[in-house]
Design a protein around this ligand. Structure first.
Ligand code: SAH
Ligand code: SF4
Length: 386
């Protein structure tokens, strides 16, 4: 059932766009959207709910690729569905596997719309898929590769789901298991700022967490934001997902210097939104990401500022060694500096593990993602599509 994968780097950019298919691709849609599509092709109103639930389960629990595999649907009905709808997977333009087992996919959602997602297996029997929410990013955090790629567009909820389907195909993980899964967690830490695409991100979480389908529990989903303050609490209320904040500096001057969004939403406002995050508790802490930049944010004074800032918030800190990328201005702090920083924070009672960089050899680590997609004129896109 695995999708056809193109493994080598030299095919990059040469994969053909899927031939024009006038059918509606329903893979990645919600039950309500499937119902609406079924209604358009004349499925009886009183059967809509049942049919939508059947299809939903076949797509997300069993991972089928053909309507003919939906054995509780009569053959003539299967044929009718196959004529109107497809269950197409997007093209995988490139697939790379790191020496440490990390897998990176470059996925083409449409002409000029390419995104990366990264599967990170962990020793503790968990595996996280890092998904993208946008093609490019409007923010320009100085240490981040994605920040050098202009925003092409937001991804739809369907396109976010398709990243999970692609990974589950590749990991050969159908049907959905309750135990011993490889892919257990979803983190919105790929390309883009999820809270500049909040509706689609929240919709996608509703679909992926449905127990009759992919069944990825809401507490196993983490939304990481650079600090889009007005959307933090509403996102939590709607999704019940875990929150991660890309903090990286604990005083406004330095944070504004490396993360321009801090000018619009300074630390006081950000911390207030964190305190108000729904169901915040010691069991449900906020993760604060802190990238270690040599000579910039890595002194004992910075560590103490961080402790003061996080006082009273159920928090854990992830210290991320800076991952370099072509043209980056920063260097990663020395190992001893990172350890000393971690010790100071740990001593205050805050957990501050140092994250081992994963997939650096294939540029799959945090902040290294970027696709070649550029914002093109609508006329160019139309030409490419035809
Ligand atoms: N836009 C969101 C999610 C994507 S970034 C956000 O900013 O939170 C995923 C994480 O990688 C963020 O914590 C980000 O700050 C961090 N990151 C960015 N560039 C990095 C780099 N070069 N090295 C290490 N971490 C980086
Ligand atoms: Fe965008 Fe996040 Fe990178 Fe900042 S760190 S540029 S918000 S993807």
């Amino acid at each position: 059932m695995a999708a056809t994968l193109i493994q080598t780097a030299n095919v990059k950019g040469t994969a053909k766009a899927t031939p024009r298919d006038s059918r509606v691709n329903i893979l990645g849609l919600s039950k309500a959207e499937i119902k609406a599509e079924l209604s358009k092709i004349g499925v009886e109103p009183k059967k809509l709910r049942m049919r939508a639930s059947q299809i939903f389960q076949w797509m997300y629990h069993h991972g089928v690729t053909e309507f003919a595999q939906m054995t509780n649907i009569a053959k003539p009905m299967q044929a009718k569905f196959a004529q109107a709808f497809s269950l197409a997977r997007p093209d995988i333009v490139e697939r790379q596997v790191s020496v440490d087992g990390t897998r990176k996919y470059l996925i083409r959602m449409g002409p000029g719309i390419e995104v990366e997602s990264v599967f990170i297996p962990d020793v503790s029997k968990t595996g996280a898929l890092c998904v993208s929410s946008q093609v490019g990013c409007t923010l320009t955090c100085k240490f981040c590769h994605t920040g050098t790629q202009r925003l092409v567009r937001n991804l739809t909820a369907q396109e976010i789901l398709l990243q999970i389907i692609v990974a589950r195909d590749d990991l050969d993980e159908w049907p959905t298991q309750q135990e011993n899964r490889k892919l257990t967690n979803i983190v919105f830490m790929g390309m883009g700022e999820p809270l500049y695409n909040t509706d689609n991100v929240c919709d996608s979480i509703d679909i992926m967490s449905d127990e009759t389908g992919l069944s990825i529990g809401r507490r196993r989903v983490t939304v990481s934001t650079s600090g889009v303050v007005p959307d933090i609490v509403p996102m939590g209320e709607r999704t019940n997902a875990m929150l991660a904040i890309s903090l990286h500096a604990a005083n406004d001057d330095l944070r504004t210097q490396i993360m321009p969004i801090n000018k619009k939403y300074p630390l006081a406002a950000l911390m207030q939104a964190c305190r108000n995050y729904p169901s915040l508790s010691n069991a449900r802490r906020i993760t604060f990401e802190y990238v270690m930049l040599k000579g910039i944010n890595d002194t004992p004074k910075h560590a103490r500022e961080l402790i003061t800032l996080l006082q009273g918030i159920p928090a854990k800190v992830n210290l991320i060694p800076f991952n370099p990328w072509p043209g980056s201005d920063y260097e990663c702090s020395d190992w001893e500096t990172i350890e000393r920083f971690g010790q100071i924070v740990n001593k205050s009672g805050l957990a501050a593990p140092i994250r081992t960089p994963r997939g650096r050899d294939i540029l799959a680590a945090c902040g290294q993602l970027k696709s070649e997609s550029e914002k093109k004129r609508a006329s160019t896109l139309r030409r490419e599509q035809s």
